[in-house]
Design a binder for this molecule. Structure first.
Ligand SMILES: C[S@@+](CC[C@H](N)C(=O)[O-])C[C@H]1O[C@@H](n2cnc3c(N)ncnc32)[C@H](O)[C@@H]1O
Length: 392
């Protein structure tokens, strides 16, 4: 798989990259912040510096235009460009992108939103950056990504098919005998243009001390959205190499360029041994993270499921169905036996049509309980581990 990092001004180096060969170009150039960005590695051994000071907005705009024209030539007919910027010059960049890629090829303005905790300045807390998504043509590659439903979604909205009544009002579909009609497997909600991905905090393992370093998670999402394994990703302002690492982790080829020799050296080093921060927020989803019932979320972490909040008996639904039937999940609480959990789950799903019921057992107390034909009991990961420890 191609893995190249070049040192130099991208306007020069890009001439060495073959035309129409790139599936995704991600550009994260200086933002027109009119600052010199400086930072140190964690042990203080090296310092990284890049200047983002410009004599005028016009000079910045000309620079961006020149880069865009060169980058566009490298992108395949089915390829895309993601351009990362912020409020300092997003107005200039959007116009330049329209000119070079064409307004018809504008696909989205993505808002990367992250939490910040303090604001030294008067005014609104700055908590987002902008990523413009353009394609080279209307025939661009795009892989659908789905997110979990919001926990406030009602379970009936998730599971039941809709129909129209005689007044053309949307209602839940029912069979002639009154049984609900199920709506099939649930993929989730198509990814929106607002992305909640945590900013790298100062102590994150992934942080290498490069100024304006972006999270690998953000780049993995961009790479997954418009490329497939084996495709080639180009980053002409690669800095610490985040895009190249994301590409490598996802089995894509990668070409990076940076004018700073320290950045190129750092990128090569990171490519040898990528460190990715494991974010609880990303793993569990913002809603699951926010919910108070962390107990259920913790025991269901190994399932590919949709969490259900507004229902006392059901904790989640598996994303896959078995023989066309939904699978409802409940985690046994400390206050209940496995039998109680099964009863609660059965009661909660009674009027939901046919489905399979799974109780995730957190304690071994089923002995002496009645048999269940319609409920499967699975030991939680912690229960299995506990037994492993007891047996050894
Ligand atoms: C915003 S940073 C990129 C950060 C990067 N995405 C990361 O996650 O580490 C911009 C980078 O552009 C580089 N740069 C500035 N002018 C350049 C040019 N003309 N050609 C190539 N790289 C340039 C800087 O050295 C800096 O590393």
């Amino acid at each position: 798989m191609i893995e190249e990092v070049y040192e130099g001004d991208c306007r020069e180096v890009l001439r060495r990259v073959p035309d129409v060969a790139i599936d995704l170009a991600y550009m994260d150039p200086p933002f027109y912040s009119q600052k010199v960005h400086k930072s140190q590695t964690r042990n203080g051994d090296s310092e990284f510096v890049f200047s983002d000071v410009w004599l005028s907005e016009q000079i910045y705009s000309d620079f961006i235009m020149e880069c865009l024209v060169l980058v566009r030539e490298k992108i395949k007919f089915t390829g895309s460009l993601f351009f990362h910027c912020d409020k300092s010059a997003s107005h200039v960049i959007r116009t330049a992108l329209d000119d070079v890629f064409g307004k018809d090829n504008f696909r989205a303005e993505i808002i990367w939103h992250y939490r910040r905790w303090s604001n030294a300045k008067r005014g609104l807390l700055n908590a987002h950056q902008t990523i413009f998504f353009y394609s080279k043509s209307s025939d661009y590659k795009f892989n659908e990504i789905y997110e979990d439903y919001s926990l406030s979604t009602n379970i009936d909205q998730l599971m039941q098919k809709r129909a129209r009544d005689s007044r053309n009002k949307t209602i839940y579909a029912r069979q002639s005998d009154g049984q609900v009609v199920l709506s099939g497997p649930k993929k989730g909600v198509p990814l929106s243009d607002v992305w909640q991905i945590p900013f790298l905090n100062p102590k994150a393992k992934e942080r290498v001390g490069y100024p304006t370093q972006k999270p690998i998670e953000l780049l993995k999402r961009i790479v997954s959205l418009v490329t497939d394994p084996g495709d080639i990703v180009l980053d002409p302002f690669c800095g610490s190499g985040t895009t190249l690492i994301a590409a490598k982790l996802l089995a894509r080829g990668a070409i990076g360029i940076d004018i700073s020799s320290e950045a190129v050296q750092l990128t090569r080093q990171r490519m040898q041994e990528p460190i990715v921060t494991d974010s609880k927020l990303m793993r569990m989803g913002k809603d699951a993270y926010d919910q108070h019932d962390g107990f259920a979320a913790r025991h269901l972490a190994f399932f590919d499921y949709v969490p259900v909040q507004r229902n006392k008996g059901i904790d989640g639904i598996l994303k896959e169905q078995i023989h066309g039937l939904p699978i409802y999940l409940r985690v046994q609480r400390n206050s209940e036996t496995q039998h109680d959990a099964a009863v609660a789950l059965a009661a909660a799903t009674k009027d939901k049509g046919k489905g399979l019921l799974v109780v995730v057992a957190t304690r071994d107390d089923l002995l002496g309980q009645p048999d269940y034909d319609d409920v499967v009991f699975l030991p939680s990961f912690e229960l299995v581990r506990q037994y492993g420890l007891t047996a050894s």
